[in-house]
Design a protein around this ligand. Structure first.
Ligand code: PAF
Length: 275
């Protein structure tokens, strides 16, 4: 269906999405993908702006995907209560005037059982998937520390769904928020290791007025925190900040898990700072 001028085209079907993106490339446009799970806020809209400005050499067709990926949630996590507001999301994206298409597929996985429907896709159902989805991408070391130590299936799910989105949209560029610092590094490593011909842009954190990093889960917010400091590229724990470092914080506020991080580029004058 043709979109109203200025409004993004809403695409639900994988093959239609791929065909749409190929047409844009044939027209000479750079295709830039912003993967999201919806319930969009200004942080997401800043990713859209980064995507729209991503090519210095010509027009960019920005695609925003909205898909709450079940495989990155463990059964104990908040998949069922993850906030969503597709109509609101579409209004916000249309208002930017920068989005050409929104890809919101009903499902991206082949499910086990009759007709391929039913059945959650998460780590613990893997063994019982039968003829369902069973191919996973693991960025083996980077996925284990920090958030991965508490969420053993999370990065496997993220890497797998992002690879699926890359294969469907075939973007030239993809934009991820550096708020999800480990996720961004995992994606960069996957793209490098698997030779995806996609430039990954890491977009800076957008904060609420009180300094809280914007997150769709902030709506559930009602306290406690853990923190580590790690070396930036390989996420190795540091005793002293003697090279580019990142402070990565994960905090539980009641039942809501929030994350934040800060890159530290400068070195202490004596060559390092104790942590
Ligand atoms: O950051 C997110 O919203 C999700 O983890 C992503 C990258 C869209 C994959 O589901």
């Amino acid at each position: 269906m043709a979109a109203v001028a200025g409004e993004p085209e809403v695409i639900r079907d994988k093959a239609a999405m791929r065909a749409w993106a190929r047409r844009r490339r044939a027209e000479g446009k750079t295709v830039a993908l912003v993967p999201t799970m919806g319930f969009l806020h200004d942080g997401h809209l800043s990713l859209v702006s980064a995507a729209a400005a991503a090519s210095a050499t010509g027009p960019v067709a920005v695609v925003v995907s909205i898909y709450v990926n079940p495989s990155q949630f463990a059964p104990t996590e908040d998949l069922a209560t993850y906030p969503s507001d597709l109509a609101g999301d579409l209004r916000k994206l249309a208002a930017t005037g920068a989005v050409a298409a929104v890809f919101c597929p009903p499902d991206l996985y082949v499910r086990a059982g009759a007709g391929g429907s039913g059945g959650a896709v998460s780590c613990l159902e893997e063994a019982s998937c039968g003829d369902g989805h069973e191919t996973w991408i693991r960025v083996e070391r980077l996925e284990k520390g920090l958030c991965g130590s508490r969420r053993p299936v999370f990065f496997r799910g993220v890497a797998t769904v992002v690879a699926k989105l890359f294969n469907i949209v075939e973007p030239d560029i993809a934009v991820f928020g550096k708020k999800d610092y480990q996720q961004w590094r995992v994606i960069c490593r996957m793209v490098r290791d698997l030779d995806f011909a996609i430039d990954i842009i890491g977009s800076e954190i957008v904060r609420e007025a009180d300094g809280l990093a914007m997150s769709s889960r902030n709506v559930h917010l009602s306290h406690e925190e853990r923190e580590k400091i790690v070396e930036q590229e390989n996420l190795v724990a540091l005793e002293r900040i003697d090279r580019p470092a990142a402070i990565c914080v994960a905090a539980w506020f009641g039942k809501v898990r929030l994350i934040d991080n800060m890159e530290i580029q400068t070195h202490h004058p004596d060559g390092g700072a104790s942590i």
